[in-house]
Write a protein that binds this ligand. Sequence first.
Ligand SMILES: Cc1cc2nc3c(=O)[nH]c(=O)nc-3n(C[C@H](O)[C@H](O)[C@H](O)COP(=O)(O)OP(=O)(O)OC[C@H]3O[C@@H](n4cnc5c(N)ncnc54)[C@H](O)[C@@H]3O)c2cc1C
Length: 454
Amino acid sequence: MKIKIGIIGGGFSGAMLARHLLNSKQNLEIYIFNNDVKFGRGIAYQAQIDSLLLNVPAGKMSAYSNQPDHFVDWLNKKNKKSKDEFDQKFVARNEYGCYLSEIWEETKQLAAISDHRITPIIGKVLQIIPKDGVLELKTNELKLSLDFCVLACGNSLPTHPKTIAEKDFNSIRYSGNPWRIKVEEIQSDKEVLLLGAGLTMVDAIQVLRANGFIGKINCISPHGFKILPHEKPTEELQSELKFINTPIRLFEILKLFHQEMRLHPTKSADLVSLLRAKSGAIWSNFTHEERDFFMRHLRHKWGVARHRIPPESYAILQDEIKGRSLQISAGKITAMNFQESSVLVEYEERRSKKKRSLLVQHVINCTGPASDITVPNDGILNSLYQNGIIQADPLYLGIKTDIKNYQIYSEENYPIYALGNLLKGELWETTAINELRIQCEELAQVLINTFNKQ
Ligand SMILES: Cc1cc2nc3c(=O)[nH]c(=O)nc-3n(C[C@H](O)[C@H](O)[C@H](O)COP(=O)(O)OP(=O)(O)OC[C@H]3O[C@@H](n4cnc5c(N)ncnc54)[C@H](O)[C@@H]3O)c2cc1C
């Protein structure tokens, strides 16, 4: 008898999980659902323009944890170059997308010559209901009964700001999806406003300019502009942080971090990287109070040290700022009034508390992927939450999950598993390829062991 598994999400996580599940000795029927046609790539690696770069050097982007040079070797072969050319390079995200598409094609071929079956389904999963020992899954077009489900839904669209009325969510003056900006609706010489000053803003500026936009770009975020470029790796940093053991309390880490910063004042990014390598173990041992304290007081500082961009993208931003074609303000938006040909934006400056206003022709929501599954919407996560099948973690960063085996927390022990961004509440750092590739491998092994016990 075949075991039926549904994977919801066909980005990197879903596609790589399918790949590793092929190691199972049991016969599997894997149904993998994706909202768009390009399996394996997700939103990150099918960028709106080809010039957007990865935020991580190629040497750290292999899809396999046990073959760290897999991506670099792929690049070498394709470009007939030596390894050193690419290891530290930030290559185009769409090029990485081609690499993932190739792995996906190989996965389908491997399945075709094995006892397993992979069925890719383009469509949105709307509902999963546990019933009579199986999971009943529904899309608009079909219904399926499954034995196991994995939520690999990845990056959700940003939450609409409270200052935008529901009637304006689909306005031609508003791009709620920053990864598909409505460039065709934007006149090339008027002003635009970007909400948020993180990595998504950096992409949005490049997409606008590549599409011929020559007007002024305004950007408002609570903290203003704090993004830093990646630095060239120096000799390996000798630091106490490398040797910390878990569990460790937040105040001990902070003490150590401040000591280390005194010794290496220009190395905040390297010190954060050392901590990041152990962040899952550190975070999962934190108490709720420690996590809450981090979220309220340290999250932003962590993000600045950790969300680095390629020097090339940083130079583009600096030129925009110097040329005054980009203005980034720290402040809080208090109202947005959408009119036929413009949007009137009111905000309060962070430092001076002065009230200001702006008239722009288009607003782009660059506030980053949403994580609170309790916010009502038409997505599968909110549907599962409304039906009492999944729970939010206490800080509303993702889904409450047992990270030892990736199974969602439920008294009924539902055979539903989660990975990627959805584990943010449990692991904090759970989004980069070098984190996700390990999760895909581990979860596949957990599932294979479970199948063997059946
Ligand atoms: C713009 C951007 C750039 C990034 N750049 C880097 C980088 O350079 N390096 C790095 O390491 N990480 C980067 N990341 C992190 C990135 O999130 C991960 O690397 C990885 O792509 C996440 O893969 P995923 O499969 O978990 O999620 P996603 O890529 O978001 O894929 C999830 C898929 O599930 C589908 N889906 C969701 N819900 C449903 C449903 N109900 N039914 C059917 N399908 C559904 C979606 O359509 C999507 O295709 C970037 C992220 C973003 C957003």
